[in-house]
Write a protein that binds this ligand. Structure first.
Ligand SMILES: Nc1ncnc2c1ncn2[C@@H]1O[C@H](COP(=O)(O)OP(=O)(O)O)[C@@H](O)[C@H]1O
Ligand SMILES: [Mg+2]
Length: 387
């Protein structure tokens, strides 16, 4: 029996590099070696791709957090850019020609195709991985891959566009405003007045395109709002400002499938800090997961229904974790966001929710790889010309 070659792409250029390495290590550990040959593909923080080196579980903690990187600074960036670009601009060396540059076309996906990989499992969190960029490369290479496609991935990374789609699908979301850098810089006082009038304090101020709570803060006054905007604008030119859900409970639900997605039982996170910020997520151990979430039968049913609705709204595929905010007193439930590549360590919410729903981690990997192959096979049947 030939084994399927599974390329696990991990690491990445985002701030969630370390989380990705941890997720990939769990995947390597649990892939059925009888059926799958796992190929590690690591993206360094400077963007270089390295193939077939050590699997992530073989890396020491020091290597995980301080990857060896001979390329630093401008040269490193240039190299990294070249490695991921479809067309290279190379200096012209043809004698007698005016000095200049010629465009040398390189098959963008050749590197991916040359690996002979049957299916790719991208385990990259945040920008340059969860946002459709790597998915686009894999589409060009015509290689099946786990999880959402280009559109679903891109939408899932943009909190403003995601909310627009949720609203269009009748899903409950918090009142919010979107402010671009230009608008803020032109008249911060007027923007502050407008936002505070429309939403009232407290508000959550978030860069539209990041994860892991980076750049997010809660503002309770005009002064705090200005600081929150200044912080968020360091990370994005588009800022989402949301009404704060009072005393919010954090409910999460795992979704699995392609055109007929299914929802797991819901779980709850009890953050160790005022809100589930970066420190609470990754730096301290205090946050706890409750599985199943202590909800009424009615609430559980609503969460599962809305999770599938949110998955469909963003054109999810394969997997996604859908996060909710539940107002403790009023019981109002809001869809907060969809994560198309959720944390994937054995102690992460997504696999734990499926485990508790009767699908153990190795079986979950099987299902995801099968879904990737099915989606790809369906696409191959499409006509690409009218002749
Ligand atoms: N509107 C809100 N009301 C109350 N708490 C919120 C709200 N938005 C975000 N939070 C808190 O901030 C955390 C991070 O926000 P989130 O939108 O999930 O960003 P990220 O994509 O970085 O996870 C949430 O888990 C929650 O604790
Ligand atoms: Mg979140």
């Amino acid at each position: 029996m030939t084994r399927l070659r599974v390329g696990v792409v991990f690491g990445g250029r985002s701030g969630e590099h370390e989380v990705s390495v941890a997720s990939a290590a769990s995947i390597f550990k649990h892939l059925d070696r009888m059926r799958y040959e796992a190929v590690p593909i690591r993206i360094e923080k400077d963007g270089r791709w390295t193939l077939g080196a050590k699997p992530p579980e073989a890396l020491s903690a020091a290597e995980v957090f301080e990857p060896p990187s001979p390329l630093r600074g401008a040269q490193g960036r240039a190299q990294a850019g070249r490695a991921t670009t479809a067309a290279q601009v190379v200096p012209s060396e043809v004698e007698g020609q005016p000095p200049g540059e010629t465009l040398q076309l390189v098959e963008p996906s050749a590197a991916v195709a040359a690996t002979g990989i049957d299916v790719v499992f991208p385990v990259l969190h945040g920008p340059y991985g969860e946002d459709g960029t790597v998915q686009g490369l894999l589409e060009l290479a015509n290689v099946p891959y786990v999880g959402a496609g280009v559109l679903g991935s891109a939408v899932g990374m943009d909190k403003a566009v995601m909310k627009t789609l949720f609203a269009a699908h009748g899903l409950p979301i918090v009142r919010h405003e979107v402010v671009l850098r230009r608008e803020w810089e032109r008249d911060p006082a007027a923007t502050t007045a407008r936002v505070s009038h429309l939403l009232g304090y407290p508000v959550f101020v978030k860069p539209a395109n990041l994860g892991s709570s980076v750049g997010i803060s809660k503002a309770k006054s005009d002064a705090e709002f200005r600081d929150a905007m200044a912080l968020a604008l360091q990370f994005d030119r588009k800022i989402v400002i949301e009404e704060a859900v009072p005393d919010a409970r954090e409910i999460e639900c795992a979704v699995l499938g392609n055109d007929e997605p299914e929802a797991s039982i819901p779980g709850e996170i009890i953050p160790s800090r005022e809100f589930y910020d970066y420190e609470a997520k990754y730096l301290d151990e205090g946050s706890r997961l409750l599985i199943p979430a202590p909800l009424t039968g009615e609430q559980t049913a609503a969460v599962r229904r809305l999770a599938v609705g949110a998955f469909r709204a963003v054109e999810g595929a394969g997997m996604a974790r859908v996060d909710f905010l539940l107002a403790r007193t009023s019981g109002e439930l809001f869809v907060n966001e969809v994560n198309t590549i959720p944390g994937f360590t054995t102690i992460s919410m997504y696999p734990k929710l499926w485990d508790a729903s009767g699908l153990p981690y190795p079986d979950l990997l099987d299902r995801l790889l099968t879904l990737a192959l099915e989606r790809h096979a369906e696409k191959q049947q499409l006509r690409t010309s009218i002749t």
